[in-house]
Design a protein around this ligand. Structure first.
Ligand code: IPD
Length: 275
């Protein structure tokens, strides 16, 4: 069941406050010596991830005890019955590798889904003093400025291509080759959430990754849509629980990038159902 507008208003207000506060905590922890571990190949976890996530979940649970929560580190918690109605999806630090290596390109990303649809998103990039936010149907903002995607010729486009060890290396190198063949260039700055926020703000023109988790993407996907961009149907199948491929871009680049990346083709859902 979709939640009422007034209930969404209070969640929107709480989200901005909690995202800002979580960003501040992450910034404080960034300057301290911190324990770093590997969860998998090039997949980092620090003490800060757990601390920031616990803080976010505690604050939001206090205000909205009937909601469900899905966090990168803590998994599912809260009211399990609300999983299909009111769910917060939280990445305490994205990209943890940048954070662990003392690089400032990281953020806190929080999304809220109402009845399975993206309703709210916030991304705090504390080292840059940036708070990105979006509400479905009401636009996307960076601090207090409205964001807009930047359409450009594919030959002038900058496309971020995310990487993780969850997919074989050759699928990434082949993706890079196919995107370069369109005439666009590519970069990999590390944070999927910030990569999507940059598309929404017209700094880059597209973001693609062959597998990414929902906590890394949902807030940014709402921002791209609200800023006039196009995104694939990330939540199709079990996107929320298991992640999916993602493609988000300025609308004029959609055809070229769908063809080059293979993400977002009309038959994609069907293929996923069959496999
Ligand atoms: C990672 C980052 C990275 C993306 C990976 C994610 P984490 O998230 O978002 O940009 O390419 O797929 O796993 O582990 O740093 O939160």
């Amino acid at each position: 069941m979709t939640i009422a507008a007034a209930e969404l208003d209070s969640r929107e207000e709480a989200l901005a406050r909690v995202a800002r506060e979580a960003g501040e905590l992450a910034r404080e922890l960034f300057s301290k010596p911190i324990e770093i571990k590997l969860k998998g190949k090039q997949d980092y976890i620090t003490e800060a991830d757990g601390q920031v996530e616990r803080m976010i979940v505690e604050r939001l649970k206090e205000r909205f005890p009937g909601d469900a929560f899905l966090g990168e580190e803590g998994g599912a918690s809260g009211n399990a019955d609300a999983l299909s109605d009111a769910v917060w999806v939280i990445d305490p630090i994205d990209d943890t590798a940048n954070f662990a290596h003392r690089m400032p390109h990281f953020c806190v990303s929080i999304a809220f889904l109402s009845a399975g649809e993206l309703a709210l998103g916030a991304i705090a990039a504390p080292m840059y003093g940036e708070l990105y936010r979006a509400r479905a149907g009401r636009g996307a903002y960076l601090n207090n400025r409205a964001m807009r995607v930047a359409d450009t010729d594919i030959k002038q486009a900058v496309i971020e291509l995310g990487w993780s060890s969850r997919r074989p290396t050759r699928t990434y190198t082949s993706l890079v080759e196919r995107v370069l063949a369109t005439g666009a260039t590519f970069l990999r700055a590390g944070s999927g959430a910030l990569g999507l926020a940059y598309v929404a703000d017209g700094r880059t023109h597209g973001y693609c990754e062959l597998h990414i988790n929902s906590w890394d993407t949902l807030a940014g996907l709402l921002m791209v849509r609200e800023a006039g961009g196009w995104t694939n149907d990330f939540l199709a199948g079990q996107g929320l629980e298991r992640g999916n491929a993602v493609l988000a871009c300025a609308p004029g680049l959609k055809d070229a990038l769908v063809a080059a990346t293979g993400v977002g083709q009309a038959n994609e859902k069907l293929e996923r159902r069959i496999s």
